[in-house]
Design a protein around this ligand. Sequence first.
Ligand SMILES: [Mn+2]
Length: 355
Amino acid sequence: MKILHTADLHLGAALNTKLSPEKIRERRVELFTTFENMAAHADIHGARLFIIAGDLFDTRRLTVRDVERVIHVIASHPETDFLYLPGNHEKNTLLESGRELPENLKIFGKNWTYFTYGNLTVAGRSELSADMFGTLSVIPSQKTVVVLHGAVGDKSDGVTVGLRDARELGIDYIALGHYHSYGAYEVDEGCTAVYSGTPEGRGFDECGTKGYVIVDTDGARTLHRFYPIAKRTVQLVSVDISYLSTQGEIQDAVEERLRGIPSADIVRAVITGRRAQDLFPDGERIEARYRDRFYYFEIKDESRTEINPEAYKYDKSLKGEFIRLCISDTELSDEDREKIIRAGVSALLGEDIEI
Ligand SMILES: [Mn+2]
């Protein structure tokens, strides 16, 4: 049997970026569309099971229409069973909605809940506990897929899925939710625990390729494969400006690092490295240049000035005096000193400064 495994959609969630209000609305709809697209992908892959390993919703901002939209998607795929594990960001949102739920929506309870499809058993529970794997019943002749939501560790507890506890129990695949990036952990020879990750990155803490996992339980060994689906990828690109000496070189370095990134993406360029004393990257100009090239673009300057006190020892200019003063002030933290030197030198060079 083929299974589509997803988790952590956080439908209805606020977005952790500085998008415009129109784009926030648009992005919110896109998350629902990606859920809809995944249901269509399940059909294409021939997956008759669609596992949601927690955090389907971000209940804090959920509307009745959002809930109806999800129910509609599920009801439009009557040949697919949606096995839904309520996660830690939601309670039983669908049950509490008061709506009539489609027959092909199956919800895992707090304790082990089993759904059987021929020689495949899917077992899940929304609450974790220290002894949970001890109470799981596995039928040796059946393929067993376990669905849980939590961090992985050695031993299980209220928030941890203990992979050591899951060894040699005859489990074939553990479908996990909680971490927002794809990741696979070998449990024992026949079993892998997999995070599908969120299908759509929202903020800069959710960078990289996002998608879902297709699990195939038909062979002797249960196999899985990750498929990208996100409409937009959140990209964190670092640009090292060490050894560069002009604004033009910085711009070229940024351009070089942004080459090939799709215009649909959400991009942050992080300027890093040790820069020359008088060279401050012109973030505003760089932002203006890329604002329209990407869905969203921002720049973050984390570069540091290479200050050699020796170079200023005999510098009689105002700048030399100023830098000497900052360096000799032992009360300043490195970070504050950096900011003050930056603002001061910019001012002395006649640049606009922001304080
Ligand atoms: Mn989550």
